[in-house]
Write a new protein. Structure first.
Ligand code: QUE
Length: 345
């Protein structure tokens, strides 16, 4: 069992139960969640959905991208064809759902986990959360509709997060409004037991507010001005030049990340998030699906997964290797409509 379904008083509780793999999402899990949500939507006795992750370490560390690497050496194309298609449709379903969805997030929340937690009506984080959209490290781009979310954060901070894969903690998430409330992990069970008893949105907020704790971010807003200045540029090369004028830790770290991540991923991600500023979530997901198919047709994704998750040498050999060799034609190719193969929502 990879997703546990429990009916508890007025709520359906969906728990990701692949603890050994940090609850990373498989295609089977995506299909199960989709089916559960469609059934819950029709059930008049269920008034809310709660998402959580099994174990203390992780809500969800992303998609099970290692399985793509394995599929590459088989004759099947099941994941390539279906995984992102179904995942992005699920992200949309969560965002537009007809009942409150509450994500109780503790531990790691990256990639696909962000696509569940941050499209929910309420994202509750414990004091112990590590958030990231780290896909440019594996030759992908920030997906699951995160382009939509990141593009709406002020001062180009979303571009900073998407390009560098910067890890954030719970305080940062609250400050950026990527999460709604912070509640101590030891209170999660109590909160869950109170939530399942109620039926209205206003009483949900009331209960949660009672347990919410104050947090203070060390990064924001103190870095906003510098990040805004640096990540306003429309080319990755210009962002790098601007970063080099700063000597502080945040800039040195960001520069290190940009020098390590896939040059192609960086260029498509910058364009993606800038375009997403003017897109609906639906149109963003359609664009992301085109990007996902282009990445899977290329080489960096497989090389990235190999270097970070299979061999763990963290020494990817990107192709093209240098930013200057990723020409605009190659970037634009990633955004090309797929005709009958486009995502339909
Ligand atoms: C970038 C990513 C992912 C990542 C690391 C990155 C990602 C992902 C995982 C992951 C983590 C633990 C597992 C697993 C996969 O790591 O998307 O199978 O057990 O799922 O730098 O995008």
């Amino acid at each position: 069992m990879t997703v546990k379904y429990e009916l508890k008083e007025n709520a359906a509780i969906l728990t990701l139960t692949r603890e050994r793999y940090l609850n990373t999402l498989t295609l089977e899990m995506i299909e199960k969640i989709d089916k559960y949500l469609r059934n819950i939507a029709k059930n008049k006795n269920i008034h809310m959905v709660i998402f959580k992750g099994e174990g203390k370490k992780s809500f969800c560390a992303g998609g099970d991208v290692k399985s793509f690497y394995e599929e590459k050496y088989k004759n099947t194309n099941i994941l390539r064809k279906n995984f992102f298609y179904k995942e992005y449709k699920l992200n949309y379903l969560i965002r537009k759902y007809n009942k409150p969805i509450i994500s109780l997030v503790n531990g790691i929340c990256m990639g696909g986990g962000v696509g569940i937690a941050m499209h929910s009506n309420l994202t509750i984080v414990s004091e112990n959360v590590t958030f990231a959209m780290p896909e440019t490290a594996i030759g992908l781009f920030p997906d699951v509709g995160s382009g939509y979310i990141l593009s709406k954060i002020k001062d180009n901070i979303g571009i900073y997060l998407g390009l560098t894969g910067k890890r954030l903690n719970s305080s940062d998430l609250i400050e950026l409004k990527l999460a709604d409330y912070c509640i101590q992990y030891e209170d999660f069970e109590k909160i869950e037991n109170l939530l399942v008893k109620i039926k209205t949105k206003t009483s949900i907020r009331k209960i949660i507010k009672k347990y919410a704790i104050r947090t203070d971010s060390l990064l924001f807003p103190s870095l906003n001005k510098n990040i805004s200045q640096t990540f306003k540029y429309k080319s990755v090369e210009d962002i790098i030049s601007s970063l080099k004028t700063f000597k502080e830790k945040w800039a040195v770290e960001a520069l290190g990340a940009l020098e390590k991540n896939s040059p192609t991923s960086l260029k498509i991600t910058l364009k993606q998030i800038n375009l997403a500023k003017n897109l609906s979530l639906r149109d963003e997901l359609i664009m992301e699906y085109r990007l996902s198919q282009a990445c899977m047709a290329g080489v960096d994704f497989y090389e990235g997964v190999r270097s970070v998750l299979v061999d763990k040498d963290f020494n990817a050999k990107w192709s093209p290797k240098l930013l200057k060799d990723v020409d605009n034609k190659l970037v634009l190719l990633h955004f090309k409509p797929l005709g009958k193969d486009d995502l339909t929502i």
